[in-house]
Ligand binder design. Structure first.
Ligand code: 5GP
Ligand code: ZN
Length: 112
């Protein structure tokens, strides 16, 4: 989607600190980290949130969880949180499906 912040990050139109990329997904550090390790994993195809996951597009969600397991193992992270907010009331500020991966001393979510 042309007016989507995370689609622009995937396209390279907005710079990001890349953690991982493959054909299906993109991972990058959160611009406002809430824990010592805080990155986001997003599908390259635009899906608005978990609420937009369906039979046609759900394979990417399994793939993203495989990637999260791989990346955290590589980083030696054994304990972490995976968070996805759905809807503004739950704190979703970017309407492109994203999974927060949080690790380190302070894994509090939401902040405060
Ligand atoms: P949400 O609030 O939707 O659950 O999570 C969106 C996340 O995206 C927030 O943690 C926010 O800090 C992060 N974010 C927003 N804009 C940018 C950006 O331009 N670059 C990066 N790297 N992260 C962003
Ligand atoms: Zn998007």
């Amino acid at each position: 989607m042309s007016d989507c912040l995370f689609c622009k990050i995937i396209a390279g139109d907005i710079p990001s600190n890349k953690v991982y990329e493959d054909d299906l997904c993109y991972a990058f550090n959160d611009i406002a980290p809430q824990a010592p390790v805080h990155f986001l994993v997003i599908p390259k195809a635009h899906i608005a949130s978990v609420a937009g996951v369906n039979e046609e597009n759900s394979a990417v969600v399994a793939h993203i969880f495989e990637v999260i397991a791989k990346l955290t193992k590589e980083k030696g992270i054994e304990s972490y949180r995976v968070v996805s907010n759905i809807g503004e009331q739950a704190g979703q500020s970017v309407p492109h499906l994203h999974f927060h991966v949080l690790a380190g001393r302070d894994m509090t979510w939401p902040p405060g």
